[in-house]
Design a protein around this ligand. Structure first.
Ligand SMILES: Cc1ncc(COP(=O)(O)O)c(C=O)c1O
Length: 403
């Protein structure tokens, strides 16, 4: 089969499509897979996907639902039993959640897009962290609005700096994206920062999109509560969460938003127009995930904590690398600027060298924004044996750069 000539018809592609951005993790994964098809052995530290299998009791619940004939359309916002389970889960984290304010989606990604579409007019501004998960920028641009970045800095463990956020607010700012624990830095906001952010949101009438998909992966002392637990915040926050990371369910596509009441029916309408509903058997698996044993999650968290120590220790020993151990999530975000500056290369060139010459797939910090220059992102959601081999190769690469 040959592909059609791109010049045959001048397609009237709408300008909003140009706002969409890709995701570095998926691009590097595709390049790595192409190398594998040519027979190369690649170590995968690029994608944010737990290497653990989905727990058997979750899989069984999904299979049982299929066998019971749950193969039809369902409510656009999600089946009530799952929304009840999600609400109970959030209440156990101190968040005032009601099933009617929850919309279930295929992964949490649609909630990010719906939030931008539902809240931003052309020319409005949305504050997003730099570096950050690239879909924030993409969703805001797709909605015709302008992403304005606030910088995350290694000097305070990549926690959001509320003064820097305040300085970026203008009369057009409507929305603020907060991700804690954060992708790609592992940064976590502290309670003081959270209180200051709540005040700032209130004073400037901002809606906060609170992405807590990495909530269980918190390696520090007592976990910081959600912004939504602070007075007045539940009404002005959209909570973004899902099953991909905590329950190793990336491919099932199951996530949700907890919304201010007036937005819930609008998001359900977006869901109805977009995909009609999430398959019921996937939602049944989600109920099993939330209401069944949490042992597999706890095992995974303990393993990731051990890997975090391994990765941070190994990276710190490489000349030209400095690393703050991530407080949360499952990514290391080392500063490699000493090595890239000395070699006169960018972090994208370094990541490409590591992939093509050393067989290690990881991401340049710039896959998450301009402030990521001089950094790499390594996912430690991959087994210790592979991490160990990959870090030996990374070490070799840095030594060869320096020689
Ligand atoms: C910060 C953040 N939010 C949201 C997502 C979306 O995950 P999913 O759509 O699988 O729920 C990801 C995935 O990597 C992420 O890192």
């Amino acid at each position: 089969m040959t592909s059609l000539s791109s010049t045959a018809v001048q397609l009237p592609i709408a300008s909003r499509i140009d706002g969409l951005r890709s995701e570095g993790a998926f691009e590097v994964l595709a390049s790595a897979r192409a190398l594998e098809r040519k027979g190369r052995h690649i170590l995968h530290l690029e994608i944010g996907e737990p290497d653990f299998p989905t727990a058997p009791h979750i899989v069984e619940a999904g299979v049982r639902a299929l066998q019971n004939g749950e193969t039809k359309y369902g409510p656009a916002g999600g089946i009530l039993e799952l929304r009840i389970a999600i609400a109970a889960h959030l209440v156990s984290h101190g968040i005032n959640a009601a099933p009617d304010d929850i919309v279930v989606t295929p992964g949490s990604k649609p909630i990010l897009l719906y939030a931008a579409l539902a809240l931003l007019e052309n020319g409005d501004e949305a504050l997003i962290p730099d570096p950050s998960y690239p879909i924030y920028d993409s969703a805001v641009r797709f909605a015709g609005a302008r992403p304005v970045t606030y910088r995350l800095d290694a000097s305070n463990g990549f926690a959001p700096d509320v003064d820097a956020i305040a300085a970026a607010i203008t009369s057009r700012t409507r929305v603020l994206f907060l991700n804690t624990p954060q992708n790609p830095t592992g940064g976590v906001i502290d309670e003081g920062g959270l209180a200051a952010l709540a005040q700032l949101a209130e004073a400037n009438d901002l809606i906060v999109i609170v992405d807590e998909i990495y909530r269980p992966f918190n390696y520090g002392a007592p976990p910081v509560p959600s912004l939504l637990t602070l007075p007045g915040m539940r009404e002005r926050c959209i909570l973004v969460d899902g099953f991909s990371k905590a329950y190793a369910m990336t491919g099932w596509r199951l996530g949700y938003g907890l919304l201010p009441t007036p937005l819930a029916s609008r998001f359900a309408l977006l869901a109805l127009n977009d995909h009609a509903c999430v398959p019921a058997f996937v939602q049944r698996a989600g109920i099993a995930a939330l209401t069944g044993t949490q042992e597999p999650l706890n095992t995974m968290i303990n393993e990731f904590a051990a890997r975090r120590a391994l990765v941070a220790g190994r990276l710190a020993a490489i000349p030209g690398v400095s690393i703050t151990a991530p407080a949360g999530a499952f990514y290391a975000f080392p500063d490699v600027s000493a090595a890239t500056n000395a070699a006169g290369i960018t972090s994208a060139q370094l990541a490409s060298k590591l992939l093509h010459e050393y067989g290690v797939a990881l991401l340049p910090g710039t896959a998450f924004g301009a402030a990521g220059e001089g950094y790499l992102r390594l996912s430690f959601a991959t087994g210790r044996a592979d991490l160990d081999k990959a870090l030996t190769l990374v070490d070799e690469c840095f030594r060869s750069l320096a020689s």
